[in-house]
Each structure stands twice: as C-alpha cells, then as structure tokens.
Ligand binder design. Structure first.
Ligand code: AMP
Ligand code: GLY
Length: 426
C-alpha cells in the first residue's frame, strides 16, 4: 500500500486523538487538520478552515494532494460533505471516512433512526413521532407511558435536543415549546417521544465498509457535569474503556442483536454507508437497547479507546475503501484506559475563554489531548468549554484513573474544573 496525505476535519479532543493515532501510521505522509487546535498543530499542519466551508475544504484537498479525509463531527456529514467532495473532486483515489448524506440521516433524524430500528427489529424504546398536525394526540400517548418522559428533537440540536421530564405536565409543556414555539428551531418541528429506559449506558463503535464491520473497544462516557452523575448534560466529562460489567455473553448480544442487524439493515435498505458508526446503548437487565445512532466517533470516548488500539488505524481505514472482509480484527491492548476531561468554569453554560494553560509540558504518564485550545502569542490558551482530556492506561481501572488525576494536577488554567469521580460506579 502506498502512503497518503490525510486531512482530519474538526477541532476537538476526538480530532486530537485521531491526529495522534494517524500521525504514527506508516501510511501517513503529510497530515493536515482543519481547523484543528493547539494540540493537533504539533502532529500535523493546522489549516484555518471552518468544518462547514465545503468549498475551501475541496480546494485544500486538491492543492495539498490529499487522498484520505476523516470527518470528525456530525454536522458536515449530515450536511453532505462526503457527497460534495466526491462529486466535485471526481478522483477515484479520494477516500472520505464518514457516510454520505443518505447514511448520515441516521444521526440527522431521530425519527428516521427509530423507523430504521423498527424495520430491522433492533431493540429500542417504544416511541411515537409528533408534529404540529398530530400534536393533539400526544397527550394520550404521554399518558400511556410511565414517567419520566423522554422528548427528542428530530434534527441536530448540538447535543441539547433530548429532554427528560419528571412529570406529565412538564412533558406536555415542553412538547408545546419544542413543536409550537420551535425551541430548537427546525430541529424540533418533529419530536420523538419515547419510553424511558432505566439502565446503564454503553458506547459501542464500529467501522464499516457497508457490508462487513470491525468492532472497536466499548466505552462508557460520563455525560453529566456534576459528581455522582448529577446536574446538566455536557458533551462528556470523561470516559473509560473497556466497560467492566460487559462480559462475553453481553458483548455477543450487542453484536448479534444490535451491530449485525444494523449493518445488514443498511445493506437491505440500500444505504451506501461507510465510515464509523457510534451506537449508543442502554443496557437494561443485561439486554442491549439502542438509544441513538451517531455517524462518527464519540468525544471523549475516542480519547479513551484510540490509545488502546495497537493496529495501524490508517491501514484499516484504507482497507475499508474496498473491503474489510479480509482485514484481521483490531489488535486491542488489555490495559484499562481512563479519560478525565478538564473544562472551563461555568461549562456547559456560560464560560470565559483565553485563559493561559500551564503545565502541558510537565513530566507525566498521560496523554494530554487538546479539546478547546489555541495558540495565542506563543502561549496555549483555552478556547472552548472542554479544554484538555487527560487519558492514562494501566493494568486496572483504578490505577489508570489515579494516573489521570495525577496528570490533571500537573496542568492548570484559571477556572479549571473536572469531575473527581470518573469511573466511580466500578
Ligand atoms: P442523546 O442526545 O440521544 O445522546 O440523548 C442524551 C441522553 O439522554 C442519553 O445519553 C441518555 O442518557 C438519555 N436518554 C436518551 N434516550 C433515553 C431513553 N429512552 N431512556 C432513558 N434515557 C435516555
Ligand atoms: N460522547 C458522546 C458524543 O460524542 O456524542
């Protein structure tokens, strides 16, 4: 196989971890990240282009002779970046990792995803979809469910489109806000109401060529801002991998009841899907249910799982262009990995940016994956809510976590905030 110029699209911790992994590949010639962050600038060349400026991305691909494009976030995929680049560039050697628009709708529309699961008998919560035409029927449906009530904006809402309400009146009012008052704009013109699943969440990831798939390590992320899983939902405050309670039997159920039927479903529906697929699961009494599909890798799960992968990721991505059928399973480290996120004070609500980050070059036993950072006057400063993801690996989860927390103590910025209890439930 020949080597390639690679472009990673995005600017978070996921993209920093991807850049770190891809830069090690013997098949990587030059690495570009658009727009990237201070962490990715050490691994490749950052190019200041927005993830939504498809035309500039196209020009960059042509001028830098890029042949592999890895799309990190969901927005460009849902908006058709894959189709755009393939149609505009017309070069058979160009490979875009991430589905076309027709596949990205699995994340772009919750209703589509639910119908897909129903059609292919993939276990998921009972649901109905409402809009301004049938909203009068919603009361009856809500009354048929037990609290709490789960309301999901159909479209993309920057991770904020899911509401979980404790009582019926709140649920009815929120439904009105979403559909009639367009709380999430166009994204909530349709709302999926579904049964609440009481269980433990697990994130599973696969890479697929549209016919077969490779399973990546499972992870668990910690979404709430506060200790003990309390407070507001965030993009993710930490992650661990593997997930201790998933034994062989449960793992097989996840593959047989969820992953395989999903890939077969894509084939049956003639959805030409390639790239990563993130299946968010709820494990209820040892049975997996799908909460959602995401058409990309998760953040911060990526920061926890990529360091465990010993195989050459770019080599596997390149093989997925033709077929993964002959590709051996991933080589995965037996070690536990833990990622603890440092965030800006106030996140996920209002927070300040531009705080100088100290200690990134301190001696440590961790990976410091940059999330919201940038270079300013030769200094690295905060530029987002999530700032640095600190990942460590060790023989036990406990030891890995201890290393991550030690790593966190080495870095500092004004308002540095983190959860002190990642992995607390194991
Ligand atoms: P999402 O934006 O789809 O990831 O949903 C946000 C969070 O809402 C998930 O991570 C779950 O914690 C929770 N959630 C979504 N659907 C359900 C459900 N049916 N039952 C319980 N919790 C849910
Ligand atoms: N960690 C959840 C996500 O990436 O959406």
């Amino acid at each position: 196989m020949k080597s390639h110029n690679v472009l990673i699209i995005g600017s978070g911790g996921r993209e920093n971890a991807l850049a770190w992994k891809i830069a090690q590949s013997k098949f990587c010639d030059n690495l570009f990240i658009a727009p990237g962050n201070a962490g990715t600038s050490i691994l490749g060349e950052n190019i200041e282009i927005s993830v939504s400026d498809f035309t500039k991305i196209k020009d960059l691909i042509i001028s830098k002779k890029i042949s592999v494009v890895i799309v990190g976030p969901e927005d460009p995929l849902v908006n058709g970046i894959h189709d755009f680049l393939i149609n505009e560039i017309k070069n058979d050697n160009l490979m875009v990792i991430g589905p076309k628009k027709s596949g990205a709708i699995l994340e772009g529309s919750k209703e589509f995803a639910k119908e897909f699961m129903l059609r292919h008998k993939i276990p998921t919560a009972k649901y109905r979809t409402f809009n301004n035409k049938n909203i009068h029927e919603a009361s009856n449906f809500l009354e048929s469910l037990n609290p709490p009530y789960v309301l999901k904006a159909d479209g993309l809402a920057a991770g904020k489109g899911v509401l979980i309400l404790k009582n019926l009146n709140e649920a009815k009012k929120s439904l009105d806000d979403m559909i009639l008052k367009k709380k999430f704009g166009q994204a909530s013109e349709k709302v999926v109401i579904e049964e609440y699943l009481n269980g433990i969440e697990v994130s599973s990831f696969v890479l697929t060529d549209g016919r077969t798939y490779k399973i990546f390590p499972l992870a668990k992320d910690y979404k709430r801002i506060g200790v003990g899983d309390t407070g507001l939902n965030t993009g993710g405050m930490g992650a661990i991998s593997p997930v201790p309670f998933v034994d062989k039997k449960l793992y097989q159920k996840i593959e047989n009841l969820v992953i395989r039927p999903t890939i077969n479903g894509l084939k049956k529906d003639k959805i030409d899907y390639s790239g990563f697929l993130f299946i968010g699961l709820m494990i209820v009494e040892n049975e997996p249910f799908v909460i959602e599909y995401n058409v990309r890798l998760g953040d911060p799960e990526t920061e926890a799982i990529l360091p465990r992968i010993e195989s050459d990721l770019l080599e596997i991505l390149l093989q997925s262009k033709n077929s993964l059928a002959q590709t051996p399973d991933l080589k995965v480290s037996e070690l536990f990995s833990s990622t603890v996120m440092t965030v800006s004070k106030g996140y996920p609500e209002k927070y300040e940016k531009g705080k100088i980050i100290f200690g990134l070059d301190s001696e440590n036993d961790c990976f410091f994956f940059h999330c919201g950072t940038k270079k300013e006057n030769q200094k690295i400063v905060t530029s987002g809510g999530r700032v640095i993801a600190v990942t460590s690996m060790d023989k036990s989860l406990k030891r890995a976590l201890k290393k991550s927390y030690k790593g966190i103590s080495k870095i500092d910025f004004e308002g540095k905030t983190y959860r002190t209890d990642i992995g607390f439930d194991f």
